[in-house]
Design a protein around this ligand. Sequence first.
Ligand code: NAD
Length: 486
Amino acid sequence: MTVEYSVRIGIDADFVMTINGESVGGANVSDVYNPATRSVIAQVPVATRDDLDRAVEAARTAFLSWSATPLAERQAIVSAIGDRLEEHAEDFMALLTAEQGKPRAMAEWEVLGSVAWFREIAKQSLPEEVLEDSAERRVISRHTPLGVVGAIVPWNFPILLAVWKIAPALVAGDTIIVKPSPFTPLCDLKLVELVQDLLPPGVLSAVSGDDELGKWMTAHEGIAKIAFTGSTDTGKHVMRSAASTLKRITLELGGNDPAIVLGDVDPKKVAPQLFWAAFQNNAQFCNAAKRVYVHDSVYDAVRDELVEYARTIVVGNGADPETQLGPIQNEPQYRKVVEYFDDCTANGYTFAVGGSIDQAAEGWFVPVTVVDNPPENSRLVAEEPFGPILPLLRWTDEADVIARANDTLWGLGATVWGADLQAVERIGKQLEAGTVWLNEVHQYSPHQVFGGHKQSGIGAENSLHGLAEYTNHQTVTLNKVTGAVS
Ligand code: NAD
């Protein structure tokens, strides 16, 4: 099978699972598509239960020595994995564009961001805390690794969201098995394969398959923790299934991020920022601004500037250098996005720009679309379309817009935009979201805690809080005076 991306050093066209340090194919394979052309670009193995069992067994065995490996050594290896990814960055960018659809600039952000994540997480540690050290007693609080982690990854940022799990798990002393999304398995399989010589066998494995494989992982007796990024519905399945073995879980789920635009903005300046807040990664972004509330006094001007800017955006095959937004990543998601367009049309909402999909296009392309002030209870406002169709909504009263912004089961991110910084901050601090960006958006850091409020998730990734989720807390007390030996 030929693949459509350029083949250079280190990345060949075979995609295999990695189990116990060995490359493993499968009797069954599944197709991987380029969403810009709807053509099959590669095939990947479909893991059997036996494959998963072997990966878990190898990871459990490897855990014994990996967890005892000095922290500095583990950190150096994690950093070296970042170096290895950097050496092959161009290949990964091309591969990411081919399987995910995102254009070069976004692929670069994701791949080089992943390199930075490996290096920065490699600097983190959770030192022992000495709570008491007297003549009589020594009491410490420490972190111990959990065991085997199962990482379940979505298709919108296939590399970065795997790295957010691999790096802290390895630093913490856990071993990890990565399950990529069935829609975007290529980069993850290749990354895990490419770094095996840096690690003892079984420390980092990858298995590919469909959603069933995810279910087997969440129920598996040998897995101690599931690190999951995906939709809120699937997150609930993960939590239910993980309950049977009381697995630790980190759930990074969906969102319906509000953006609140104050009346004192410069419409021309804010429009491009709002555009990218909403449409980056073709709006297939957990943290995309999904509802933009614009103050009535500037609503028309902001809408018009946004529309004018949107008209300049080139949507196309991510492999073309001039492309700014790619296709929808997969067919089921495309069908879902089409439904939101149909719903808006059927209800007579006004499209300020876009609105009509050419379903005969070569790829799963959808035009950038802005819907002018649809009702608050419309599907477009209340749900998570996860595609480039954005509702613009009017507001006049501050308390009311805050209530509307918070009136959702989600709480992942939020933004506020305005010249009056006190007002911006005052409003921002009242928003129920794990990350609130003020006059900026999508600024992430390995040292910044990331997680959702409400039904956007449980737990956190990144920062020492995220690292701690790959560990147990342990208190160790030593009575120096009345010990059993005295
Ligand atoms: P999804 O929930 O359909 O799939 C995510 C992963 O879970 C895939 O690997 C899939 O194979 C697996 N899976 C599916 N069913 C499973 C089950 N029953 N048990 C275990 N695993 C199962 O999500 P998606 O469509 O790939 O991604 C889009 C969603 O992810 C959006 O809702 C988006 O907001 C969310 N997301 C959240 C974040 C975040 O950090 N909070 C980041 C990116 C995406």
